[in-house]
Design a protein. Structure first.
Length: 228
């Protein structure tokens, strides 16, 4: 997916302009590098729009952002946030919802304003409209300055499974069996894992001005996602 995007964008840029790869030795170093980028951006532009992800990958980053906030190094009062995705059918109060994860790992621990936090509404009566409104909200906020991404073992980004059309903006996704299995570790049983989700599309993600895409132990998935 990234390769296609880079191909489309590369008329005026070299590959090095578009994608920088930094190899680090462990998870802590990866979290340090990601947090330096986010902290640097927030210092430079306190009203930044940040795209967040859930999962194991960004937990170390979020811990570092909370510490930086507690040291008064950064302030979230003007920050707007957009999350990549949310399960369909899970209440925000459900500990497996991505909304719950974000408040637990970051939003409740810093001074971000509740009204500046955007997470797809998995309980919407009209999920299609919720997708459209979400995309409009991103545009209305001026676009995403920096998007945090992880990558699934099958290469999914957000809930965009491999093969998802590159031109998709926020949309409803049927989860691949592999993704359901990978996420089942958080649920009491496989049957409880939702089969559908709302996810920002590759088009929405690639509009971000900067993307930090990381994951240790998934070098194979990263290698396949990166342009050659
Ligand atoms: C989560 C998300 C997913 C994860 C991916 C990797 O919001 O968008 O694409 O980034 O499943 O998950 P971890 O980090 O748990 O390996």
């Amino acid at each position: 997916m990234l390769r296609r995007c880079v191909t489309e964008m590369s008329e005026n840029y070299t590959m090095q302009d578009l994608v920088r790869v930094k190899v680090v030795s462990d998870y802590d170093q990866m979290s340090d590098v990601a947090s330096e980028l986010v902290i640097g951006l927030l210092k430079q532009r306190p009203q930044s729009v940040i795209g967040f992800a859930t999962g194991g990958t960004p937990v170390g980053l979020y811990k570092r952002l909370v510490s930086a906030y507690e040291r008064r190094d950064i302030d979230f009062s003007q920050v707007t946030t957009f999350n990549l995705d949310e399960y369909l059918g899970l209440e925000r109060s459900n500990p497996n919802s991505y909304c719950y994860y974000m408040y637990e790992n970051l939003f409740s621990l810093v001074n971000v304003r509740h009204e500046n936090v955007f997470i797809p509404d998995g309980m919407s009566q009209s999920p299609e409209r919720a997708c459209e409104e979400y995309e409009n909200a991103i545009l209305h906020a001026g676009g995403i300055d920096l998007q945090i991404l992880g990558i699934g073992s099958n290469g999914h980004i957000g809930f965009n499974e491999p093969g998802t059309a590159f031109g998709c903006s926020t949309h409803i996704v049927a989860l691949a069996d592999e993704t359901v299995k990978a996420n089942a570790r958080f649920f009491d049983s496989d049957e409880l894992v939702p089969r559908h989700a709302i996810s920002m599309g590759i088009k929405s993600i690639m509009r971000a001005r900067q993307i930090v895409h990381s994951r240790p132990k998934k070098a194979h998935a990263m290698a396949r996602a990166l342009p050659h």
